[in-house]
Structures are given as C-alpha cells and as structure tokens.
Ligand binder design. Structure first.
Ligand code: BGC
Length: 584
C-alpha cells in the first residue's frame, strides 16, 4: 500500500496521555467496588426493614436506588472530531511517548509493516511484525480476585493461560449446590461484561445513519408515529464520547471484568482517505482507560454505520468496500491493536443486510435480493480479509464476528412443512455466515434475542408470546441453551456477545438475566465451551430506527443531563459477576 506523508508535519500526537489518564482515574477499581457494595448493603438493610423486597427469597441482593451520584465533570472536548488530519491513503502512525501507554499498546505503538511514521520524520522504526500481542490483563485476574467462593463449591482449576487454550473453560470448576437455593458457578476466568456500540452511545457522530435519520421522507414517517421526532435522532446519544471513563467505572461497579465497545469508522476516517489523528488518539485513550481498570477489551470494528463517503459510493454493496475496510483495519491494527483483546470484525452482518436491502427499514432502504446477497458476500470477504490481516500482525489474536442467532423451531413438530421451512430459515439465518467463515474465526460470537416458532405460511413466525419485552419480543430463555448446543458443533469457543431486554420498568430484567444464565450454565455442563457473557446493555441507548424509546440499560440515562442511574437489576447482575455464580 502506497504511503504518503501527512500534509501537516507539525501534527504531534506525543502527549502525556498516560499520566493525564492516571490523574483522571479518580476512582480506582477497588474504591469503586467498595463504594458500590456499601450502597447495596445500605439499601439492602433499609429494604429489609420496609419489607418491600420483590425478589425471590433465594436471591441474595435487593434492588438499589441511585442514592448517591458520582459527579464527573464533563469533558470540554467536543464530541465531533474536527481535529488534525492524516492522509489515509498514505496511512498513519502515531508516535508514542515513553511511559504513556500500557505495555500492550507499547508493542503496537509502532505501526504495522509498511506504515511509515507520518508524525515526525527520522524516528526509529521498530520491526514489530513478528511481535506477539501480549494478552495480559485480560480480566482473568480480576475474576479470580473478586470471586470469593465457598471452598466446597469450587474445585481446583487450572491457571488461566495466555494462549488460546485459555478459551477452553475448566468444567471441573463448575458445580451446583443442591439445595432449595441452587447456586450455579461458572468457569474460572469467565468473561462477564456489558456490550455497547459506538454509534448508540458516543454521540456526535456523522455517518450514513445520522444523515438518513434527518432525511425528509424519514422524518415524515417518524412524525406519523410521534410528536417528538427528536427521539428518533441519535444526536448526543449517551455522551459516552466524553463519559467513557464514567462508563468503565460503572462496569467496575457491576464487577465486570470485560467491556465490549466499538470504534466508529466514520470518526477516524470522516473524509475519504484522511485519518483524523485526534479521533485515533481518542480511541487510544478509551482503550487505555479500559485496560487501566483491568477490563478485557472486546472491540467491534463495524456496528452497522458507514462513513457517509462510502455510503455514497454504494456502502455495503460497493466494489470498494473490501479495500476501504481493510485500510481501516490496518490503521486500527497499527494504532490501537495492542489494547484489543478480542476482535469483533462485524456486528450481525445478516440483520444489517436484511434491513438495508430487504425490509427497507435501515439506510439505504432498498429492496433487492441481489443487493442483499451481494452485501452479505462482501461482508464475508471483509471478515476473512480482516481475520488474516489481524493474525499476520498478532498471531495470537482472538478474532471473530457477532452472529445474531435465533432459536428457530417448527411451530408444529409433526408438520413436515413447518419442519422444512424452519430448517431453511435456520440454515439461511443462523448458519450461512458462520459456515462461510468458520475457518476464519477464533471464537464464535453470538447474540441471542429471538425465538422463532416457524409456520409454513406468512408471517412464518407464530410465537406463544406468553411474556414479552417492551419491544414485543418473546422472552424465551431456553432458546439460548438450544442455540449454544447447535453452535457447539463448530467446536470453537463461544462468546455470548449480546443478550438483553428492553424493559423500562425493570420488571423482568433480573429474572431474564438469571434465567438465561441458567440455560447457559446447562449448556456449559453439557460440554459447550462458553467463554463469556456480555449483557446488552450498560446504558439506555439509541435503539436504531426505534430511537430512544426502548430501554435496554442496566443504567437509565437522563436524556438531558446524561446522568446514569442504576436500575435494580444492575445490583443483581453485579452480584452474579462478583460471585461468578448465579443463585437460582
Ligand atoms: C444489536 C444492537 C441492538 C440490540 C437490541 C443487537 O442485535 O447489535 O445494536 O441495540 O440488538 O436491538
């Protein structure tokens, strides 16, 4: 790839970011945990007195209110990147300041082979192409420290290792306490986290979605549904662009050892071929802030949004997609790769293609089977090429993508037509992308939200819907078990990258989490290699074409002040993550 020098050589990314970050870390992990636990204890005590507890007797933790709030000063940095630019066609590298980053990032600070430093000339260029990425600080330690377990309950486990073998859970660690209150424990080193995406929480992004949201035709449609069309424009989202440290602190309150976040391509390459240095630096700070808190980073490279220049050139069906995406991946590898523990190249490619090119719900609102197929093929190519490029640089990298995997079954098992249609749906929806890419994944990333009881005539899905989320989606925890069992046949570790519920009143969330985890545990006991669970989501965020209506957050977000307030289920999830176990 041809490299050119950045137009303005005065740009200098050397800053004492690390020290600044240290200072900004007002709340250490331990302090946070202590603080959160104290809050929970206080609330437990007061709720006990008032006898207003609603949770089942076997549960050990009570709902919490936001009694105290941690006030964080909002950064004066603006959310929109208007910073200095690098020319992407020449690629970028960012000079490091000694001691200004974590060890992993140090290794990655020198850009990938072929990428020349464009910040300052004459700097030494290390050959790092053969360096291995260290996976230290993956959060395993965190789980070990924070999961005091009854001696009888936990059998000896092997030490988590840095290599891929570590992905195999140690089943000897899993046990059950046969009692009226059953406690199920998860494998040591299990990843507990929350899942987020850049566009849905950052705010201030400009891309194909932000343009589409404000289009006249779309606005007219929105106004048929609501008097408040602002609710359907992403805008400042949760202001996480400025509050990412606060978000990571919340993850520590939840006793998480991992965090899934996204990089917004349109931020770092807002204009075609020009890297935005400030935004790259921003993501480096974000990743380092996560690592400094001991969080394992699970990083999504593409979560549905595209730079507007690429959307104009055809977006997902553009012939240029692979080349442009690979240029972006190369930049991420070189500039940020050292702080990425798990790579999620693509988020749920099948639903993205479906809603863009069949259902017309999302930009560019087209209806064409050919385009749909082209988009999926393009995305599969992009994933494979990314896998190779990431592994060329980091041989031990853990690379996957996220697959929206539904539990699909025939409504009437005795009816051959239902069975055939269910089998077709399953192979088209759950398996197509995985089958295409299985040799290029180190783990299978899956999200589970849907149960589909299939019939052989429109609307093809007829669920019982005894209990539903605020989105009207059936709550069906057993489905996650079946999906895990189906995925087990690929013989790869499985990460539950998303599972969550829109539940504004938090009536179902605690039970939802426990019931799903009980089913995950059942699959693990039967030998399925599940390495982590990421709840969708930390915050109430921008739910795509449904706007801000659906509330998926363990924490509420005030739409004006962006203040985060835990819902009662946050304490339940925190307890689970702390104990690496669920009481059911
Ligand atoms: C997506 C998220 C979305 C969630 C809830 C997932 O499939 O990755 O972006 O918010 O579903 O709809």
């Amino acid at each position: 790839m041809a490299l050119r020098k950045m137009e303005d050589p005065s740009i200098n990314l050397k800053e004492n970011d690390g020290e600044e970050l240290d200072e900004k870390l007002l709340h250490s992990k331990d302090e946070h945990r202590k603080h959160f636990e104290e809050r929970i204890k206080r609330i437990e005590a007061s709720e006990k007195n008032s006898q207003q507890e609603e949770v089942r007797p076997t549960e050990t933790i009570n709902p919490i209110n936001k009694e105290e709030k941690v006030v964080h000063e909002q950064s004066t940095e603006k959310a929109e990147g208007s910073g200095e630019m690098l020319n992407a066609s020449t690629e970028t590298s960012v000079e490091k300041e000694p001691g200004d980053r974590s060890e992993d990032a140090e290794k990655a600070a020198t850009p990938v082979e072929n990428i020349t430093s464009v910040i300052e000339t004459g700097k030494e260029k290390k050959d790092i192409t053969k360096e291995k990425k260290s996976m230290s600080g993956t959060g395993t330690e965190c789980a070990k420290e924070e999961s005091p377990k009854q001696a009888s309950e936990v059998l000896p486990t092997k030490q988590a290792t840095e290599d891929k073998n570590n992905l195999q859970p140690n089943l000897s660690n899993i046990s059950q306490v046969p009692n009226s209150t059953r406690k199920i424990t998860f494998p040591e080193g299990f990843l507990w986290g929350v899942s987020t995406s850049a566009y849905q929480i950052e705010g201030g992004n400009e891309n194909d979605w932000s343009i589409w949201e404000k289009e006249g035709r779309r606005m007219l449609k929105v106004m048929e549904r609501t008097k408040n069309p602002e609710e359907f424009i992403c805008g400042q989202a949760c202001d996480s662009y400025n509050r990412y440290e606060e978000d990571f602190d919340l993850a520590l309150e939840l006793n998480n050892n991992s965090f899934r976040l996204g990089i917004e391509w349109s931020r770092v390459e807002k204009n075609k071929g020009i890297w935005n240095v400030d935004e790259i630096k921003h993501y480096r700070n974000v990743l380092r802030a996560a690592k400094k808190r001991g969080l394992t980073t699970v990083v999504t490279l593409w979560h549905w949004t595209l730079p507007s220049w690429l959307a104009r050139e055809g977006g997902l069906i553009s012939k240029q997609l692979e080349e442009k995406f690979m240029r972006y991946v190369e930049m991420v590898i070189g500039e940020l790769g050292g702080d990425i523990d798990y790579w999620v190249t693509l988020n749920e490619p099948m639903i993205a293609a479906l809603n863009a090119y069949i259902s017309k719900r999302w930009p560019p609102n087209k209806k064409s089977i050919l385009k749909y197929r082209k988009a999926i093929k393009n995305l599969a190519k992009v994933h494979k090429a990314s896998y190779k490029m990431i592994h060329d640089r980091f041989p031990d990298a853990r690379v996957g993508f996220s697959n929206l995997t539904n539990f699909i079954e025939p409504k009437h098992k005795w009816l051959i037509t239902d069975r055939i249609v269910a089998a077709i749906f399953e192979s088209m929806w759950n398996k197509w992308f995985i089958n295409k890419t299985i040799d290029q994944v180190d783990y299978i990333g899956m999200s589970y939200y849907f149960h589909d009881r299939v019939i052989s005539y429109p609307p093809f899905v007829k669920n019982d819907n005894n209990e539903t989320t605020d989105m009207g989606w059936e709550i069906y925890p057993a489905g996650i078990y079946h999906v895990l069992k189906q995925l087990a046949k690929y013989k790869k570790p499985i990460m539950i990258i998303e599972n969550g519920i829109a539940d504004a009143e938090d009536k179902h969330r605690s039970k939802f989490i426990k019931d799903h985890l009980e089913n995950v545990h059942k699959a693990i006991l039967e030998g399925v290699e599940v390495i982590g669970y990421f709840h969708w989501s930390l915050l109430d965020n921008f739910e795509w074409d449904s706007g801000y209506g659906p509330k998926f957050g363990l924490y509420k977000v005030d739409r004006k002040t962006f203040e985060r307030t835990p819902r009662p289920s946050a304490a339940v999830y925190a307890q689970i993550c702390k104990e690496n176990a669920v009481e059911i």
